[in-house]
Design a protein around this ligand. Structure first.
Ligand code: FUL
Length: 489
């Protein structure tokens, strides 16, 4: 029906419209929120999206029963009888992992590739009569199964006679050059924090201490790496790509900032594990925590630990305390003396994948109706529907300066809910400081979870509850919250 409008009401409408346009343009609410720096770079963003990666620890320790080889291991020790890197890659692919990081050299100094800079390698071992190259075989298998490749090259070398002296740094850098030139592209380069102590050191059998802050001159080493391959993600205790999570139990901080200031850390610095675990709200760099943990008690295969392989349920719990807390999981699966992932480990991995698939089989919030108490600039571009559209590039956001806000999803019918997942659009920085989750039960809202940070992904496991509506309230944020995804299982 058409209602004729008098001049006065037309004027009022125009005036209101103009005020709203000018309010939005003054505060930029018609545009995307400005980033809250620091923000992830391209490689870090790719890493966040991978969620689960695998570590493979393999060297003479696999055969000697040690965790840290002394460096005097006989070259005849390394003798896998049925090494099959395709079994590793295929298993990892099938169980959801995206990258395989291989210990090309652990602290004992034995090299899994025939480096021209040392005799202490596969080339003098019985494996394939010295013609084998485990690094190449792994890089090829990884490529074949569509995974990315990463290398661990231990800075500490208990075999090398020059360890602790400048000559060793040259040796180390030459090896890095070999790896990047002959086995690239390499997605992640892993620098271990364990450094210096007793060792064989070419027969000197002594204790060598180094100043881990200055000895390696990492910036120079990274320059060399970047001159061969521009984009590479570097792990060390302090980054610069990703940092250590501060423990080897698979647990990221309940509060987990991807930001941290590097001047407070360097590899080997004591007393910073808590800081590494939580990061800091005002950190000057984006260096997210990577959760490295082994499927077994040790990092290397030992037959006497076959009964101690983590179960599928334990691995699933670790997924929740790593990926579910905004980090990436780096799970170690050490090949046995045959050179295969042991049956027990494979069984756990498959069980874990099955659990992931069943627990997260159907997102009942996908395409569900969702409304927010407010949204940025009243623009559809930032409306609540972006939370459930299944597109992680769209998001709900509030006006500049508005640090709180809530949204409510209507599941359409009463369903059993076990998990609520939230994702921040971290390309614009990590923002949320405090939030809560409620479910509609018996005619009222009931709190089921409270959290601090969200980050790339936050998964809440809640006591199974029957509900038809879920409300998330952002209670505090560094800047206007920007949430890209809400999932309910
Ligand atoms: C530690 C090492 O000492 C362990 O052997 C293992 O490699 C682990 C991933 O890092 O610092």
């Amino acid at each position: 029906m058409f209602y004729p409008m008098n001049k006065k009401s037309l004027f009022l409408i125009l005036a209101l419209f103009a005020t709203s346009i000018s309010a939005n343009s003054q505060t930029n609410n018609s545009k995307a929120p400005a980033p809250v720096y620091p923000i992830p770079d391209k490689m870090q963003m790719e890493w966040h999206e991978m969620e689960t990666n695998a570590f493979v620890h393999f060297t003479t320790n696999t055969f000697t029963g040690l965790e840290w080889g002394f460096g005097d291991e006989k070259l005849s020790t390394f003798n896998p009888t049925a090494l099959d890197t395709e079994q590793w890659a295929k298993t990892l692919k099938e169980t959801g992992f995206k990258t395989l990081i291989l210990t090309t050299k652990h602290h004992d100094g034995f090299c899994l590739w025939p480096s021209k800079y040392t005799e202490h390698s596969v080339k003098n071992s019985p494996y394939k009569d010295g013609k084998g190259d485990v690094v190449k075989e792994t890089a090829d298998a990884v490529k074949k199964y569509g995974l990315k490749f990463g290398v661990y090259l231990s800075p500490w070398d208990r075999n090398h006679a020059e360890y602790g002296k400048p000559a060793y740094i040259e040796y180390y850098r030459n090896q890095i050059k070999e790896l990047f030139t002959n086995y690239g592209p390499i997605f992640e380069l892993w620098f271990d924090g364990a450094n210096g102590g007793d060792g064989y050191y070419g027969g000197f059998r002594e204790t060598r201490k180094i100043d881990s802050k200055s000895y390696y001159n990492w910036p120079k080493t990274l320059e060399i790496v970047n001159s061969i391959q521009k984009d590479v993600l570097v792990f060390s205790d302090s980054g610069p790509g990703v940092r250590w999570v501060g423990n080897e139990r698979g647990i990221a901080g309940l509060t987990n900032w991807n930001t941290i200031s590097t001047d407070t850390l360097y590899a080997g610095k004591a007393g910073i594990t808590d800081l590494l675990n939580t990061g800091s709200i005002d950190g000057k760099r984006w260096i997210p925590a990577e959760v490295d943990v082994s499927i077994r008690p040790g990092w290397f295969y030992h037959a006497n630990e076959d009964a101690k392989v983590k179960t599928a349920e334990q691995l699933f719990d670790i997924y929740l305390t790593s990926v579910g807390r905004g980090s990436t999981l780096l799970l170690n699966i050490p090949p046995d003396q045959r050179g295969l992932f042991h049956e027990k480990d494979v069984e756990s991995l498959r069980g874990y994948k099955k659990l992931l698939d069943t627990e997260f089989s159907k997102n009942i919030a996908l395409k569900a109706k969702v409304k927010a108490d407010s949204f940025r600039g009243n623009s559809a571009q930032f409306a609540a529907k972006n939370l459930t559209d299944g597109n992680k590039e769209t998001y709900w956001a509030t006006n500049d300066g508005q640090l709180t806000g809530s949204f409510e999803v209507d599941l359409g019918k009463v369903s059993t809910v076990k998990y609520v997942t939230l994702q921040e659009y971290i390309k614009l920085g990590q923002r949320v400081k405090k939030f809560s989750v409620e479910v509609w039960k018996d005619g009222k809202w009931t709190n089921v979870a409270n959290g601090t940070t969200i980050g790339y992904k936050r998964i809440f496991k809640i006591d199974p509850v029957q509900t038809s509506k879920i409300r998330v309230s952002i209670e505090d944020s560094k800047a206007s919250p920007v949430i890209s995804n809400l999932e309910v299982y």
